[in-house]
Design a protein around this ligand. Structure first.
Ligand SMILES: Cc1ncc(COP(=O)(O)O)c(C=O)c1O
Length: 407
């Protein structure tokens, strides 16, 4: 008889994980990179060089660099953030973390208690929404339009919460290439957001992990860079530009809150070899690599859009995103994408159903998120054709589309 752990579990322990079944042939989930986009040769050269020069630093927890992370990586980020996001910071404002998810966990750990309220975009990153739910936090959704989070709705919500005596703990925003909608918050709205945040005394958490992946390489200045009152925490990642398995992200924040995050980061340091390799690699190659990556991701988006148009016709509605790695698609109202996910999974196609990616389950019931970075062009075309067939069989749509007659 196997030992029974169940009676010993801590109160509030999450439901058990399911064993990973492996990926099916057509995977439009998870936000992975494509294997061929990992810059293996340059990473190998970088790791060789840095190990030969200072590999003995691995003898110490935290690489003889203190708790905020490997100094050359933070130095690279100071330069990069200034150049790309207009952020003025020093290496002392930066904390290297094990993926931006660790950064979000530290922020939540420092600021959130059960019963608290946070504000966020209505359609949102599942990892963030699950974290709010698990902490017993009330997430107040703000609708988006093509310019990102709607400031009129935010203003009304902040005023309504204030009337009820509620001060939200923070406004969480994926302002630059939002997940899942792909929208970019306009500069005017960034300024309005900061004005409202100041007026209501609510800080902002800016989750910026897709900001390097706009098609034209342009982005508005980070909200962090526009703040005059040190009320923004900025979170970034190398997952979407280099490789998610490296688990490297960073937080930029004023010491008043960074010191609190640091006190919660009790893992004795983020992976040293990864930090050393990346610092060495990024100095020489980051900019050029990302430039190429944007072009190749955009080409995959175009393949996905063409496949959807051909296979679904007008039954699939979406806005062409200005960057990123996913498309947020609306199907006809009678399609329940939770059900479609199950049918598709059995047939070897994985999609993200909208209701897992939104605070408003009704609004997102007929929507789905499709990641296009990791599947090949051929897999995108075949997978979407299969999905359209399954969708028609299960929901009667698309009945007829583009130049494909469906029997
Ligand atoms: C908005 C957002 N934040 C954070 C993460 C997590 O990234 P990381 O791999 O850096 O932990 C993701 C990953 O998909 C994301 O979409």
């Amino acid at each position: 008889m196997a030992f029974d752990f169940a009676p010993l579990l801590a109160p509030g322990a999450p439901a058990p994980a399911v064993k990973w079944p492996g990926w099916p042939k057509y995977n439009f989930t998870f936000g992975n990179n494509a294997p061929e986009e990992v810059p293996i040769d340059d990473l190998r050269a970088a790791v060789d060089k840095v190990l030969a020069r200072e590999g003995r630093k691995l003898a110490e927890y935290r690489l003889e660099q203190g708790p905020q992370g490997y100094r050359p990586l933070r130095q690279f980020l100071v330069k990069k953030l200034k150049q790309d996001a207009a952020i003025d910071c020093t290496i002392d404002d930066l904390l290297i973390v094990s993926g931006s998810l660790q950064g979000l966990d530290l922020i939540n750990g420092a600021l959130l208690a059960p019963g608290d309220t946070v504000i966020c975009e209505r359609d949102n990153y599942e990892g963030t929404l699950n974290r709010f739910t698990r902490r017993g936090v009330n997430a107040v959704p703000i609708p988006l339009d093509p310019d990102g989070m709607r400031m009129d709705a935010l203003e009304a919500e902040l005023a309504a919460l204030k009337r009820k005596g509620i001060r939200p703990k923070f406004i969480y925003t994926i302002a630059t290439v939002q997940n899942p909608t792909g929208t970019i918050l306009s500069l005017d709205r960034r300024k309005k957001l900061l004005a409202l945040a100041e007026e209501y005394g609510v800080p902002i958490v800016e989750d910026d992990c897709y900001a390097d992946l706009t098609w034209d390489g342009e982005r508005p200045p980070a909200i962090y860079s526009l703040s005059k009152s040190q009320n923004v925490i900025h979170v970034g990642s190398f997952s979407k530009t280099i490789a998610p398995a490296l688990r490297l992200g960073f937080v930029v924040a004023p010491w008043a809150i960074l010191s609190r995050l640091l006190a919660l980061k009790t893992d004795a340091g983020t992976g040293g070899l990864e930090q050393m390799m990346l610092a060495e690699y990024c100095e020489a190659h980051f900019t050029g690599h990302v430039k190429e990556l944007r072009q190749r991701f955009r080409a995959k988006l175009d393949t996905l859009v063409a496949a959807l148009n051909e296979q679904f016709g007008t039954a699939a509605e979406f806005d062409y995103p200005p960057g990123g790695i996913f498309l947020w698609v609306k199907l006809p109202d009678n399609v329940d994408t939770m059900r479609l996910r199950e049918v598709a999974r059995e047939a070897g196609v994985l999609i993200n159903p909208g209701s897992e990616w939104s605070v408003d389950k009704e609004h997102s019931r007929c929507r789905m998120r499709l990641c296009f970075a990791s599947p090949s062009h051929e897999e995108i075309r075949e997978g979407i054709a299969l999905l359209a067939d399954l969708c028609r069989r299960e929901f009667g749509v698309p009945a007829r589309s583009g130049n494909v007659e469906r029997s």
